[in-house]
Design a protein around this ligand. Structure first.
Ligand SMILES: O=C(O)CCC(=O)C(=O)O
Ligand SMILES: [Fe+2]
Length: 456
């Protein structure tokens, strides 16, 4: 088409008689509606200034690459000066990941069973060997090949909240060291009653023991649905299957609960509250260990509206446990994760390039650092990679409660930890988007966090 684009005479608009001005305004209205595009002439900006501005920009692009480097890969909202290529390379990487995972989902379906959960398969006693779709171990996925026998750090919570000032300072130091060196620690003397911990484990087992059709209403939900039941990690994207069933319930800021089994709601509201309070105390202390002011934490993380989820993982006995995993190597998406086991071990955490088999003490909680803590601490405290193994003889259950910032929070490195611009180590991302991407894609070690990291 060979049409002339509309021209607006600015001098008439700014200095013309009322009638001429009204005509231009009418013209502007038509042009905005029909074209959304126009040329402004007699605009009053000196030609000399326009030429100088073009030259100045060209001058910037002509600087050497390391001179422009300071403005590279900045945060889209926070940074006032940004230099880069394409549109936003980190979001483009995420779109690519989604595209790849949609292709993965489009692969032929895994062999379908007459059973919908691992519990059903295991209870049937039908299997003497593992179906091939559950074979998920191998050098690519197994991570470290060596296993270490090491004691994980132990934190006495009672000294943090009820000890002397000196004891509290010591625990804060120990917490800092545990987060830096391990990303993992065991909490003892936490004050959550043993009876409540047992009741919560029993309530979760009660849920898994319900008939499949009673659990059905929570199946195949969107990853942001507040109550989800399922098997493996996310069967619409998993390339292989994992030997696990799960129940995931959002419990804060809005509390949700499955209607059955009876008592689940009352027990989980109490359990969620007690573990949330404990986690917030631990976070406060970890914040202090980073030498950040306690008052800045609320602003950075909005913990009054913190997101909290309860996840019950069920790993029934497996015919060939050495060939499969309950959950593959991954990091958790939140700030801190608090894990309780039913007395059967199976968690492995990565430490100094080796796997450490965790043996929890009776009545203790296992705590690990998550991706949002890695971002906000600007990489000082890395989220720990871990996996769950299964066994041939006993049912293992783990109960995970994960606390993150408010879902609306765009988590960025704490400015106090970024003294010079080039120290900024992560792009920020809204926590809700992070959670959704992590849950909607295959679980691949730290793949989503890797996309936000600025210096690989
Ligand atoms: O069951 C376990 O030991 C680990 C569970 C886990 O990593 C998770 O739910 O994110
Ligand atoms: Fe985890």
């Amino acid at each position: 088409m060979n049409e002339e684009i509309p021209v607006i005479d600015f001098s008439t608009l700014a200095g013309g008689a009322a009638e001429e001005r009204a005509q231009v305004i009418h013209h502007l209205e038509t042009v905005s509606h029909d074209w959304g595009f126009f040329m402004v002439v007699s605009n009053g900006v000196p030609k000399r200034l326009m030429d100088e501005m073009l030259d100045a920009c060209e001058g910037f692009f002509n600087l050497s690459e390391d001179e422009k480097q300071v403005y590279n890969v900045k945060h889209v909202l926070v940074d006032p000066v940004r230099f880069g290529t394409s549109l936003n390379t980190s979001m483009e990487k995420i779109s690519k990941l989604c595209f790849i995972s949609s292709l993965m989902a489009a692969q032929p379906l895994l062999p379908l069973f007459k059973y919908s959960t691992i519990k059903e398969i295991s209870d049937s006693g039908d299997l003497s060997s593992l179906p091939s779709c559950y074979s998920c171990r191998g050098p690519d996925i197994d991570g470290p090949t060596e296993t270490l026998e090491e004691e994980v750090p132990i934190i006495d919570f009672s000294l943090l909240v009820g000890g002397t000032a000196k004891q509290r300072t010591q625990v804060i130091q120990d917490l800092g060291k545990a987060c830096r060196d391990w990303g993992f620690f065991m909490v003892v003397n936490h004050g959550v009653p043993k009876s409540l911990m047992e009741a919560m484990l029993n309530a979760c087992m009660g849920f898994f023991n319900m008939r499949e059709d009673e659990k059905q209403e929570y199946n195949e939900k969107h990853v942001l649905d507040p109550i989800r039941h399922g098997t493996s990690f996310n069967t619409s994207v998993d390339k292989v299957r994992y030997w696990r069933d799960y129940l995931k319930v959002f419990v804060h800021p809005d509390f949700h609960s499955p209607a059955k089994p009876s008592g689940f709601r009352e027990i989980s509201v109490e359990y969620a509250t007690r573990t949330r309070e404990m986690t917030k105390e631990l976070l406060k202390a970890i914040w202090e260990s980073l030498e950040l002011k306690p008052d800045d934490m609320e602003e950075a993380l909005d913990l009054n509206s913190c997101f909290q989820i309860l996840v019950a993982n069920l790993y029934p006995p497996c015919p060939q446990p050495e060939l499969t995993l309950g959950i593959p190597p991954h990091s958790d998406h939140g700030l801190l994760t608090v894990l309780l086991e039913n007395g059967v071990n199976g968690l492995k955490v990565e430490h100094n390039g080796k796997w450490v088999h965790v043996k929890s003490l009776p009545n203790s909680f296992l705590v690990n650092t998550g991706d949002q803590l890695e971002i906000v601490s600007n990489g000082k405290y890395k989220s720990v990679v871990h996996q769950a193994e299964v066994n041939a003889s006993s049912t293992r259950m783990s109960l995970v409660t994960l606390v993150g910032p408010s879902l609306d929070n765009v988590v960025v490195p704490a400015p106090q930890l970024v003294k010079h611009k080039h120290q900024l180590a992560y792009n920020g991302m809204k926590y809700r988007d992070f959670l959704e991407h992590q849950q909607a894609n295959p679980l691949l070690v730290k793949s989503l966090l890797d996309l936000l990291r600025l210096h690989n």
